[in-house]
Design a protein around this ligand. Structure first.
Ligand SMILES: Cc1cc2nc3c(=O)[nH]c(=O)nc-3n(C[C@H](O)[C@H](O)[C@H](O)COP(=O)(O)O)c2cc1C
Length: 182
């Protein structure tokens, strides 16, 4: 195996999600790659540029949503990344729904939705990392298998460098791929 040094910036892959917040009383969504888990607790982080419209809504209300779009929603997802809520009203691009537990909109069309309450805010360069406790999770019934979301049915959008990709196959089960006697 020959390795080539290709620089010092991250290329991914990342899952593309839509971060949601209420801004000036309306839903606003921005696609992000900077999201993930931080521990075994039910906690997610999102990292948003300070100048984004969505960022102001998360800071004001203390809630955000993470919506996992399937690849069929790519055109709308990409559009939300091309325009800012400062200039373009993105409230009706998707249908929004709410949970009484917190003021952040979630996207009906996205197969998986997390509503999070901000528990920590970390400034990082010109971004803000919001760490949020998950207060509710929703999923489209047709994406569930044994009560849990199935990755192939969700078909998330994978981002790497400047390309979007989708999932092809399931290649194993956790702890069942390796042999027991190491
Ligand atoms: C695929 C993709 C991934 C992105 N990832 C991030 C990200 O991780 N963090 C971020 O702050 N902006 C990210 N952006 C940029 C914002 O989505 C974009 O600037 C958006 O228009 C901001 O909208 P708003 O001003 O309405 O909040 C990404 C855009 C795209 C298309």
């Amino acid at each position: 195996m020959t390795k080539t040094k290709i620089g010092s910036i991250p290329f991914g892959p990342y899952i593309t999600v839509l971060a949601g917040a209420t801004v000036k009383g309306k839903p606003n969504y921005a696609p992000i790659g900077a999201y993930g888990v931080v521990s075994q607790k039910p906690v997610l982080y999102i990292s948003l540029k300070n100048s984004h419209y969505t960022t102001s809504g998360v800071a004001e209300h203390g809630f955000f949503s993470v919506n996992i779009p399937s690849s069929e929603l790519l055109e709308k997802v990409d559009f939300c990344g091309r325009v800012s809520g400062f200039k373009t009203d993105k409230a009706t691009i998707f249908d929004s729904f709410y949970d009484e537990a917190g003021n952040a909109p979630m996207i009906t069309e996205c197969p998986v939705n997390y509503l999070c309450r901000v528990i920590q805010t970390i400034p990082i360069f010109d971004f803000t990392m919001f760490i949020g406790e998950i207060v509710s999770v929703y999923a489209n019934e047709d994406c569930l298998e044994n009560g849990k979301p199935n990755a192939l049915k969700v078909n998330p959008i994978i981002l790497m460098d400047s390309g979007y990709f989708d999932l092809k196959d399931r290649i194993g089960s956790v702890f069942k791929v390796c042999s027991a006697n190491k």
